[in-house]
Design a binder for this molecule. Structure first.
Ligand code: PLP
Length: 434
């Protein structure tokens, strides 16, 4: 009935999230407002960890891809849950450090790490760099050499897989801007080059084929291609990869028609396929990592807005305007992402009006969702909830039109709430203006 099990409706027709009345939360903290279900975040971490323990064992582990949602509190939670993390910038590293996260469990991604990023990572003893290309290996080798250290690295490869997700989030194809392709020989080239460097230690290989993936065997196919490559490198260079990192990408339910994904079952299937491939290649099973981002935090988040103008253009279209929009959620504008929008204080009313839910920015593309069915009584002052916004909303937020970014309020234990990120003020907006 609901798109996620932490969503329900009260007797008086109010939307409940993590057991709490969102209309009350909107009144208490103001809108726009990000709310996050801390218990759900922890539960998702535990589901992944239990699945990894059961199906892979050893040192295999899930790493939270923190670009999905990066703020101090989330790194504290990851630390408490014993999760590894991915970071993609000095900013994410800095945030994790402030939270007391031990960066020796962190993997530094990105297709273009600056020299400053590389130095900052080494200053802070980051565990692993995931190098994208030969140039980057050269830069890491040079910095490690200056410091007289041996830096652990993984190499990001492109296995050449189309994960049947939408174009903007598909990253595993040969012509992607990410990684070195197996097909073109660049993967072998970077491997051979890396093995010759005195100040980098090659730990293994990484790939990430895309996001919002539901298709049956994407990870199995990626693992097979990667393991074949590993076996080839063993044969040619005597190099045995210790780690294989299959990236992130498991899908979440944005709308009713999205399927459910059983993480334990999926991880089990991937593990079985990997075991089989390793056996047939006579290659020792490496430590396996995966990097879920969206599937750890998306369903743990919701955004609350206050409805302003409702515009009816007879014979054409209806608009519900909210007090946020593309600055706090650019995903429809970026790639037409689906979302479920609800009138949170009128959940028991029949939905007879089709509307576009639009933001308040000076931009026609400032849309959260089109073709949304709502109650005909929707109007100024109603609370509009957008579900499944815990990933790639706050982390992609901007101050376009000089709108202050919303706060993040964490919910736990069915009744408790607290501010993890405070609301930006007008002064914050001008803090750097000289
Ligand atoms: C974005 C990304 C992830 C996380 O993807 P999700 O779809 O959020 O699970 C993991 N690894 C890499 C390298 C990424 O770029």
């Amino acid at each position: 009935m609901s798109i996620c099990d932490n969503i329900s409706v009260s007797k008086e027709g109010h939307l409940l999230f993590a057991g709490q009345d969102v209309v009350t939360l909107a009144e208490q903290y103001g809108t726009p407002l990000y709310i996050m279900d801390e218990d759900k975040i922890r539960e998702s971490c535990r589901v992944y960890q239990a699945a990894f323990k059961k199906h892979f064992g050893g040192n295999s582990r899930p790493l939270y891809a923190s670009k999905a949602n990066s703020f101090k509190r989330i790194y504290e939670i990851m630390s408490e849950e014993g999760m590894g993390i991915d970071v993609v910038s000095s900013g994410e590293m800095y945030t994790a450090i402030l939270a007391g996260y031990d960066l020796s469990h962190a993997y530094f991604h990105s297709n273009n790490k600056t020299d400053a990023d590389i130095a900052y990572g080494m200053d802070n003893h980051i565990g692993y760099f995931v190098a994208d290309n030969v140039e980057e290996i050269k830069a890491i080798e040079a910095e490690a050499g200056r410091r007289g250290i041996r830096q652990k690295v993984l190499l990001r490869l492109t296995p050449g897989i189309d994960p049947h997700t939408y174009e903007a989030v598909a990253t595993g194809k040969v012509d992607s801007k990410f990684g070195s392709a197996i097909e073109t020989g660049q993967a072998e080239e970077i491997t051979a080059f890396t093995l010759q460097q005195p100040h980098v230690e090659l730990m293994g290989f990484h790939c990430h084929v895309g996001s919002q993936v539901f298709a049956e065997d994407v990870f199995e196919r990626a693992a097979q291609l990667m393991l074949e490559f590993c076996a080839d490198m063993k044969k040619k260079y005597g190099y045995v990869a210790q780690q294989l990192d299959l990236g992130g990408g498991y899908g979440v339910r944005y709308v009713e028609t999205d399927p459910y994904l059983d993480v334990d079952k999926k991880v089990g299937e991937v593990a079985a396929a990997i075991q089989k491939t390793c056996d047939s290649l006579d290659f020792p099973m490496p430590e396996i990592h995966m990097e879920p981002g969206r599937s750890i935090v998306a369903a743990a988040g919701m955004t609350l807005y206050t409805c302003g103008t409702v515009k009816r253009i007879p014979g054409y279209k209806n608009y519900v305007s909210i007090d946020g929009g593309m600055p706090d959620n650019p995903r429809y504008a970026l790639y037409k992402s689906n979302y479920t929008c609800l009138v949170a204080n009128k959940m028991n009313e029949e939905k007879t009006l089709e509307v576009s839910v639009v933001g308040r920015c000076c931009e026609s593309g400032d849309i959260i969702q089109q073709g949304v069915m709502v109650t005909d009584t929707v109007g100024r002052g109603d609370t509009i909830a957008v579900c499944t916004t815990g990933a790639y909303n706050y982390s992609m937020a901007s101050n376009y039109n000089r709108l202050p970014r919303p706060p993040i309020v964490m919910l736990r234990g069915g009744s408790e709430s607290y501010v993890a990120v405070r609301r930006e003020t007008l002064e914050d907006l001008c803090r750097n203006d000289l």
